[in-house]
Design a protein around this ligand. Structure first.
Ligand code: ATR
Length: 267
């Protein structure tokens, strides 16, 4: 790691638990590669202490910004002075910029990260029929990004169907011309299928998507990045389908997060 001086910009990641997070290592490598005098440090804080910590962070002049993860993604909306459009629509944010006068501005990049990760692999979802499984924070962010990208249709499947219906209603309000529907987690008839749930983290999890009926050019994407090849991706490979791992979303998003907090110039 580069030497820390009195001029080094500090960035933090807020989480609880925090020991498992991969963002600081990747973020610091990105800054070092770009020759930026900055460092990201873990800031372990429980939900009931977040508000009191916040006052200190506002006062910290060397703080450039924060990456925010579980369980604080929704709570920070009320603590920030400005909330970006994506975060407002989704109801959660994962990055905060601190301005020189201590204003805190947040936004949500899970969706944009997913989209950029797809595009970086030459897999633009514009004009495609997409199935997204999940309706939680990450899936909502991805759904809004896919709608913004101009997918031909977006079907949402979720264990708790009411949450899928709620997400479809929110999407329809924001994109009145979009084609959104609640459906089943079955790949047939879709160009791209995306696992936006936590299924696949544990080896005994069931497959989140039934690959039955998938055409040979179907793209199967997962947001889980550990293991790198999830059981869903392994099944897709066995079936001869194109796979898209979760690491693409993290890598694409890192750059966007670094730009948002001002650690890197916007491209
Ligand atoms: P995140 O911020 O990672 O999206 P979340 O908001 O808690 O986390 O959402 C988790 C998603 O994974 C939800 O879509 C959840 O389905 P429910 O809405 O029915 O809870 C889904 N999920 C988690 N465990 C699941 C399981 N065992 N089977 C099916 N879906 C599951």
């Amino acid at each position: 790691m580069a030497t820390i001086t009195g001029a080094t910009r500090v960035f933090g990641i807020l989480a609880d638990p925090i020991a498992h997070v991969r963002t600081p290592a990747l973020f610091n490598a990105l800054l070092e590669e770009a020759g930026v005098d900055g460092v990201m440090v873990p800031i372990h804080v429980a939900s009931n202490e977040l508000a009191s910590l916040w006052q200190g962070l506002r006062a910290m002049k060397s703080l450039g910004g924060l990456v925010v993860t579980v369980p604080h993604k929704s709570a920070i909306l009320d603590l920030c002075d400005e909330v970006g459009d994506a975060a407002r629509a989704i109801g959660a944010a994962n990055v905060v910029r601190r301005t020189d006068d201590g204003h805190m501005i947040c936004d949500m990049y899970d969706g944009k990260g997913f989209l950029e990760g797809m595009r970086a692999q030459g897999r633009d979802p514009a004009g495609r029929s997409v199935l997204l499984v999940g309706a939680g924070g990450a899936a909502s962010a991805i759904a809004f990004a896919l709608a913004e990208a101009g997918v031909e249709s977006l079907t949402i499947a979720n264990r708790t169907e009411a949450k899928a219906a709620d997400l479809v209603a929110r999407l329809s309000r924001h994109y009145p011309d979009g084609r959104f529907a609640v459906g089943q987690a079955v790949a047939g008839g879709h160009d791209i299928v995306v696992n936006g749930t936590a299924l696949g983290l544990r080896p005994d999890d069931p497959l989140p998507i039934d690959l039955e009926g998938a055409g040979s050019d179907t793209i199967v994407a997962d947001i889980i990045m550990k293991p790198e090849v999830t059981p869903l991706l392994a099944a897709a490979r066995d079936a001869g389908l194109t796979t898209h791992g979760g690491i693409h979303m993290l890598r694409a998003q890192l750059r966007l997060l670094a730009e948002f907090v001002g650690a890197l110039p916007r491209e």
